[in-house]
Design a protein around this ligand. Structure first.
Ligand SMILES: Cc1cc2nc3c(=O)[nH]c(=O)nc-3n(C[C@H](O)[C@H](O)[C@H](O)COP(=O)(O)O)c2cc1C
Length: 297
Protein backbone atom coordinates (compact mmCIF):
# COMPACT_ATOMS: atom_id res chain seq x y z
CA UNK A 1 0.00 0.00 0.00
CA UNK A 2 1.27 3.55 -0.69
CA UNK A 3 2.12 5.69 2.34
CA UNK A 4 -0.87 7.31 4.04
CA UNK A 5 -0.99 11.12 3.99
CA UNK A 6 -1.14 12.34 7.58
CA UNK A 7 -1.49 15.94 8.78
CA UNK A 8 -1.18 17.25 12.34
CA UNK A 9 -2.82 20.60 13.11
CA UNK A 10 -2.28 23.27 15.74
CA UNK A 11 -4.65 21.64 18.23
CA UNK A 12 -1.96 19.06 19.10
CA UNK A 13 -1.15 19.38 22.82
CA UNK A 14 1.66 16.85 22.82
CA UNK A 15 -0.16 14.17 24.79
CA UNK A 16 1.84 11.53 22.89
CA UNK A 17 -1.05 9.10 22.35
CA UNK A 18 -0.31 8.94 18.60
CA UNK A 19 3.34 8.12 19.34
CA UNK A 20 2.32 5.18 21.51
CA UNK A 21 -0.55 3.90 19.41
CA UNK A 22 0.93 4.01 15.88
CA UNK A 23 1.90 0.47 14.78
CA UNK A 24 4.32 1.97 12.21
CA UNK A 25 6.00 4.19 14.86
CA UNK A 26 5.51 7.12 12.49
CA UNK A 27 5.24 9.86 15.18
CA UNK A 28 7.66 11.44 17.63
CA UNK A 29 7.25 14.29 20.10
CA UNK A 30 9.32 17.38 19.41
CA UNK A 31 8.97 20.30 21.82
CA UNK A 32 5.68 18.97 23.17
CA UNK A 33 4.13 18.49 19.74
CA UNK A 34 3.62 15.42 17.62
CA UNK A 35 5.54 15.39 14.38
CA UNK A 36 5.62 12.87 11.60
CA UNK A 37 9.03 11.23 11.62
CA UNK A 38 8.29 8.11 9.63
CA UNK A 39 5.89 6.86 7.05
CA UNK A 40 2.85 4.66 7.50
CA UNK A 41 1.40 2.25 5.00
CA UNK A 42 -1.08 0.54 7.36
CA UNK A 43 -3.96 2.96 6.84
CA UNK A 44 -5.25 1.79 10.21
CA UNK A 45 -6.27 5.35 11.15
CA UNK A 46 -5.57 4.61 14.84
CA UNK A 47 -3.72 7.92 15.28
CA UNK A 48 -6.64 10.05 14.11
CA UNK A 49 -9.21 7.87 15.83
CA UNK A 50 -7.42 8.03 19.20
CA UNK A 51 -6.33 11.69 19.25
CA UNK A 52 -8.34 13.41 22.03
CA UNK A 53 -7.73 16.83 20.40
CA UNK A 54 -8.82 15.60 16.97
CA UNK A 55 -5.59 17.16 15.75
CA UNK A 56 -4.74 14.46 13.21
CA UNK A 57 -6.25 13.98 9.79
CA UNK A 58 -5.46 11.08 7.51
CA UNK A 59 -6.03 10.69 3.81
CA UNK A 60 -7.01 7.08 3.34
CA UNK A 61 -8.57 5.03 0.55
CA UNK A 62 -12.10 5.86 -0.68
CA UNK A 63 -14.13 4.65 2.28
CA UNK A 64 -17.32 2.62 2.19
CA UNK A 65 -20.05 4.74 3.81
CA UNK A 66 -21.45 2.98 6.85
CA UNK A 67 -25.09 3.69 6.30
CA UNK A 68 -27.36 0.72 5.92
CA UNK A 69 -30.52 0.23 3.90
CA UNK A 70 -32.25 -2.43 5.95
CA UNK A 71 -31.78 -0.94 9.44
CA UNK A 72 -30.56 2.20 11.23
CA UNK A 73 -27.44 2.23 13.37
CA UNK A 74 -28.14 3.62 16.82
CA UNK A 75 -25.39 6.15 17.57
CA UNK A 76 -26.24 6.22 21.27
CA UNK A 77 -23.40 4.48 23.15
CA UNK A 78 -25.95 3.25 25.70
CA UNK A 79 -27.46 1.15 22.89
CA UNK A 80 -24.19 -0.75 22.46
CA UNK A 81 -24.60 -4.50 22.55
CA UNK A 82 -24.54 -5.95 26.01
CA UNK A 83 -22.20 -8.86 26.55
CA UNK A 84 -25.11 -11.12 27.36
CA UNK A 85 -26.93 -10.06 24.17
CA UNK A 86 -23.81 -10.68 22.13
CA UNK A 87 -23.30 -14.13 23.61
CA UNK A 88 -26.97 -14.96 23.09
CA UNK A 89 -26.63 -14.02 19.43
CA UNK A 90 -23.45 -16.07 19.02
CA UNK A 91 -25.02 -19.11 20.65
CA UNK A 92 -28.25 -18.88 18.72
CA UNK A 93 -26.48 -19.01 15.32
CA UNK A 94 -26.92 -22.52 13.97
CA UNK A 95 -26.31 -23.92 10.52
CA UNK A 96 -29.52 -23.71 8.52
CA UNK A 97 -30.27 -26.61 6.18
CA UNK A 98 -33.92 -25.81 5.45
CA UNK A 99 -34.65 -22.63 3.53
CA UNK A 100 -37.83 -20.99 2.31
CA UNK A 101 -38.16 -20.43 -1.42
CA UNK A 102 -37.90 -16.68 -0.91
CA UNK A 103 -35.23 -14.35 -2.31
CA UNK A 104 -33.20 -12.11 -0.02
CA UNK A 105 -33.32 -8.49 -1.16
CA UNK A 106 -30.13 -6.97 -2.57
CA UNK A 107 -30.17 -4.16 -0.03
CA UNK A 108 -30.04 -6.71 2.79
CA UNK A 109 -27.24 -8.63 1.06
CA UNK A 110 -25.32 -5.36 0.61
CA UNK A 111 -25.76 -4.48 4.29
CA UNK A 112 -24.40 -7.91 5.24
CA UNK A 113 -21.22 -7.23 3.26
CA UNK A 114 -20.83 -3.81 4.86
CA UNK A 115 -21.07 -5.47 8.26
CA UNK A 116 -18.64 -8.21 7.20
CA UNK A 117 -15.94 -5.64 6.38
CA UNK A 118 -15.94 -4.23 9.91
CA UNK A 119 -13.69 -7.24 10.63
CA UNK A 120 -9.95 -6.74 11.13
CA UNK A 121 -7.53 -7.70 8.35
CA UNK A 122 -3.81 -8.46 8.44
CA UNK A 123 -1.80 -5.20 7.97
CA UNK A 124 -5.21 -3.65 7.31
CA UNK A 125 -4.89 -4.77 3.69
CA UNK A 126 -8.66 -5.33 3.27
CA UNK A 127 -8.01 -7.41 0.18
CA UNK A 128 -11.11 -9.48 0.76
CA UNK A 129 -13.54 -10.06 -2.08
CA UNK A 130 -17.28 -10.68 -2.09
CA UNK A 131 -19.41 -12.32 -4.75
CA UNK A 132 -23.12 -12.81 -4.29
CA UNK A 133 -25.49 -15.14 -6.09
CA UNK A 134 -28.87 -13.60 -5.39
CA UNK A 135 -31.36 -15.98 -6.95
CA UNK A 136 -32.22 -19.64 -6.72
CA UNK A 137 -31.74 -20.34 -10.43
CA UNK A 138 -28.11 -19.21 -10.33
CA UNK A 139 -27.58 -21.11 -7.06
CA UNK A 140 -28.70 -24.24 -8.91
CA UNK A 141 -26.32 -23.47 -11.80
CA UNK A 142 -23.48 -23.11 -9.29
CA UNK A 143 -24.53 -26.33 -7.56
CA UNK A 144 -24.48 -28.12 -10.91
CA UNK A 145 -20.81 -27.12 -11.39
CA UNK A 146 -19.97 -28.40 -7.91
CA UNK A 147 -21.93 -31.62 -8.48
CA UNK A 148 -20.07 -32.22 -11.77
CA UNK A 149 -16.75 -31.88 -9.93
CA UNK A 150 -17.76 -34.46 -7.29
CA UNK A 151 -19.16 -36.80 -9.94
CA UNK A 152 -15.75 -36.79 -11.64
CA UNK A 153 -14.01 -37.28 -8.30
CA UNK A 154 -16.28 -40.18 -7.36
CA UNK A 155 -15.58 -41.86 -10.71
CA UNK A 156 -11.87 -41.65 -9.96
CA UNK A 157 -12.32 -42.82 -6.39
CA UNK A 158 -14.26 -45.91 -7.58
CA UNK A 159 -11.05 -47.25 -9.15
CA UNK A 160 -9.46 -49.31 -6.37
CA UNK A 161 -6.25 -49.76 -8.37
CA UNK A 162 -5.85 -45.98 -8.66
CA UNK A 163 -6.40 -45.50 -4.94
CA UNK A 164 -3.81 -48.19 -4.21
CA UNK A 165 -1.18 -46.78 -6.60
CA UNK A 166 -1.64 -43.24 -5.27
CA UNK A 167 -1.35 -44.50 -1.69
CA UNK A 168 1.86 -46.40 -2.53
CA UNK A 169 3.18 -43.19 -4.13
CA UNK A 170 2.59 -41.34 -0.86
CA UNK A 171 -0.69 -39.71 -1.88
CA UNK A 172 -3.37 -41.32 0.26
CA UNK A 173 -5.89 -38.48 -0.20
CA UNK A 174 -8.08 -40.36 -2.71
CA UNK A 175 -8.23 -43.41 -0.38
CA UNK A 176 -9.22 -41.11 2.52
CA UNK A 177 -11.84 -39.45 0.37
CA UNK A 178 -13.21 -42.86 -0.61
CA UNK A 179 -13.45 -44.01 2.99
CA UNK A 180 -14.86 -40.74 4.41
CA UNK A 181 -17.03 -39.21 1.72
CA UNK A 182 -17.56 -41.43 -1.32
CA UNK A 183 -20.83 -42.96 -0.14
CA UNK A 184 -22.50 -39.83 1.17
CA UNK A 185 -21.42 -37.87 -1.91
CA UNK A 186 -22.82 -40.63 -4.18
CA UNK A 187 -26.11 -40.33 -2.34
CA UNK A 188 -26.06 -36.52 -2.65
CA UNK A 189 -25.32 -36.76 -6.38
CA UNK A 190 -28.14 -39.25 -6.91
CA UNK A 191 -30.53 -36.83 -5.19
CA UNK A 192 -29.17 -33.82 -7.11
CA UNK A 193 -29.39 -35.36 -10.57
CA UNK A 194 -32.40 -37.66 -10.25
CA UNK A 195 -34.64 -36.14 -7.57
CA UNK A 196 -33.69 -32.43 -7.89
CA UNK A 197 -33.04 -32.47 -4.16
CA UNK A 198 -30.37 -30.03 -2.98
CA UNK A 199 -28.16 -31.52 -0.28
CA UNK A 200 -25.43 -29.03 -1.18
CA UNK A 201 -26.98 -25.59 -0.64
CA UNK A 202 -30.03 -26.97 1.17
CA UNK A 203 -32.46 -25.03 -1.05
CA UNK A 204 -30.95 -21.60 -0.25
CA UNK A 205 -31.91 -18.71 -2.54
CA UNK A 206 -28.61 -16.88 -2.07
CA UNK A 207 -24.95 -17.80 -1.83
CA UNK A 208 -22.16 -15.48 -0.70
CA UNK A 209 -18.56 -16.26 -1.61
CA UNK A 210 -15.82 -14.58 0.40
CA UNK A 211 -12.27 -14.66 -0.87
CA UNK A 212 -9.14 -12.59 -1.22
CA UNK A 213 -7.16 -10.94 -3.96
CA UNK A 214 -3.47 -11.77 -4.20
CA UNK A 215 -1.15 -9.72 -2.02
CA UNK A 216 -2.88 -9.87 1.38
CA UNK A 217 -0.62 -10.86 4.26
CA UNK A 218 -3.24 -13.13 5.87
CA UNK A 219 -5.86 -13.74 3.16
CA UNK A 220 -7.53 -16.78 4.73
CA UNK A 221 -7.85 -15.21 8.17
CA UNK A 222 -9.20 -11.95 6.70
CA UNK A 223 -11.85 -13.77 4.71
CA UNK A 224 -12.88 -16.00 7.60
CA UNK A 225 -13.14 -13.15 10.10
CA UNK A 226 -15.37 -11.28 7.65
CA UNK A 227 -17.35 -14.50 7.26
CA UNK A 228 -18.03 -14.85 10.99
CA UNK A 229 -19.20 -11.21 11.17
CA UNK A 230 -21.59 -11.91 8.33
CA UNK A 231 -22.95 -15.11 9.91
CA UNK A 232 -23.74 -13.28 13.16
CA UNK A 233 -25.30 -10.30 11.40
CA UNK A 234 -27.46 -12.63 9.30
CA UNK A 235 -28.62 -14.42 12.46
CA UNK A 236 -29.64 -11.15 14.06
CA UNK A 237 -31.59 -10.23 10.88
CA UNK A 238 -33.56 -13.48 11.10
CA UNK A 239 -31.70 -15.07 8.17
CA UNK A 240 -30.29 -18.59 8.14
CA UNK A 241 -26.78 -19.42 6.97
CA UNK A 242 -24.66 -22.50 6.39
CA UNK A 243 -20.99 -22.67 5.47
CA UNK A 244 -20.48 -24.98 2.50
CA UNK A 245 -16.99 -26.44 2.76
CA UNK A 246 -17.70 -28.89 -0.08
CA UNK A 247 -18.09 -25.94 -2.47
CA UNK A 248 -14.86 -24.30 -1.24
CA UNK A 249 -12.96 -27.55 -1.79
CA UNK A 250 -14.40 -28.05 -5.29
CA UNK A 251 -13.47 -24.47 -6.23
CA UNK A 252 -9.88 -25.01 -5.04
CA UNK A 253 -9.55 -28.22 -7.04
CA UNK A 254 -11.39 -27.16 -10.19
CA UNK A 255 -10.33 -23.60 -10.97
CA UNK A 256 -12.74 -23.40 -13.91
CA UNK A 257 -15.71 -23.13 -11.54
CA UNK A 258 -14.65 -19.58 -10.62
CA UNK A 259 -14.86 -18.53 -14.27
CA UNK A 260 -18.54 -19.55 -14.38
CA UNK A 261 -19.16 -16.97 -11.63
CA UNK A 262 -17.02 -14.25 -13.24
CA UNK A 263 -14.55 -14.52 -10.36
CA UNK A 264 -11.01 -13.63 -11.50
CA UNK A 265 -8.62 -16.59 -11.64
CA UNK A 266 -6.19 -14.87 -9.22
CA UNK A 267 -8.80 -14.66 -6.45
CA UNK A 268 -8.96 -17.44 -3.86
CA UNK A 269 -12.29 -18.33 -2.29
CA UNK A 270 -12.17 -19.18 1.43
CA UNK A 271 -15.83 -19.42 2.31
CA UNK A 272 -19.04 -20.23 0.52
CA UNK A 273 -22.14 -19.37 2.54
CA UNK A 274 -25.64 -20.61 1.77
CA UNK A 275 -28.06 -17.94 2.94
CA UNK A 276 -31.79 -17.38 3.05
CA UNK A 277 -34.94 -17.23 5.12
CA UNK A 278 -35.07 -20.30 7.34
CA UNK A 279 -38.07 -22.62 7.35
CA UNK A 280 -37.75 -23.04 11.12
CA UNK A 281 -36.03 -21.51 14.12
CA UNK A 282 -33.93 -23.62 16.46
CA UNK A 283 -35.28 -23.93 19.97
CA UNK A 284 -31.91 -24.60 21.57
CA UNK A 285 -28.41 -23.20 21.10
CA UNK A 286 -25.59 -25.44 19.91
CA UNK A 287 -23.93 -27.74 22.43
CA UNK A 288 -20.15 -27.66 22.45
CA UNK A 289 -17.64 -30.17 23.73
CA UNK A 290 -16.15 -29.52 27.12
CA UNK A 291 -12.97 -27.51 26.73
CA UNK A 292 -9.67 -28.10 28.42
CA UNK A 293 -7.67 -24.86 28.67
CA UNK A 294 -3.90 -25.02 28.68
CA UNK A 295 -3.22 -22.42 31.37
CA UNK A 296 0.28 -20.99 31.15
CA UNK A 297 1.26 -19.04 34.23
C1 LIG B 1 -15.43 -24.79 7.55
C2 LIG B 1 -16.85 -25.36 7.61
C3 LIG B 1 -17.33 -26.05 6.53
C4 LIG B 1 -18.64 -26.56 6.56
N1 LIG B 1 -19.13 -27.20 5.46
C5 LIG B 1 -20.42 -27.63 5.45
C6 LIG B 1 -20.98 -28.22 4.26
O1 LIG B 1 -20.33 -28.37 3.23
N2 LIG B 1 -22.28 -28.59 4.30
C7 LIG B 1 -23.05 -28.42 5.43
O2 LIG B 1 -24.24 -28.77 5.40
N3 LIG B 1 -22.55 -27.88 6.57
C8 LIG B 1 -21.26 -27.46 6.61
N4 LIG B 1 -20.74 -26.86 7.73
C9 LIG B 1 -21.59 -26.67 8.91
C10 LIG B 1 -21.14 -27.54 10.10
O3 LIG B 1 -21.52 -28.86 9.89
C11 LIG B 1 -21.76 -26.95 11.38
O4 LIG B 1 -21.25 -25.67 11.59
C12 LIG B 1 -21.49 -27.79 12.62
O5 LIG B 1 -22.14 -29.03 12.52
C13 LIG B 1 -21.96 -27.11 13.91
O6 LIG B 1 -23.33 -26.81 13.85
P1 LIG B 1 -23.88 -25.32 14.03
O7 LIG B 1 -23.32 -24.49 12.90
O8 LIG B 1 -25.38 -25.43 13.97
O9 LIG B 1 -23.41 -24.80 15.36
C14 LIG B 1 -19.45 -26.37 7.72
C15 LIG B 1 -18.93 -25.64 8.79
C16 LIG B 1 -17.65 -25.14 8.75
C17 LIG B 1 -17.13 -24.36 9.92
Amino acid sequence: MPPVKIAINRECNGCGICVRICPARAFTLVEQRAVLSGSCTFACDHCAAACPQQAITTELFPAEPFNFSSFAVDQNPAAATTLSGLVRLMRSRRSCRLYQDKAVERKILTDLIKIAITAPSGTNSQKWTFSIIDNRRRVIDFGTEIAAYYRRLNRLAEKSWLRKILTICGQPQLEHYYEEYYESISEGLELWYNKKEDRLFHGACAVILIGAEPGASCPREDALLATQNLLLAAESMGLGTCLIGFAVEAMHRDRKIKATLNIPAAETIYSVIALGYPQLRFQRPAQRRKIDINWIS
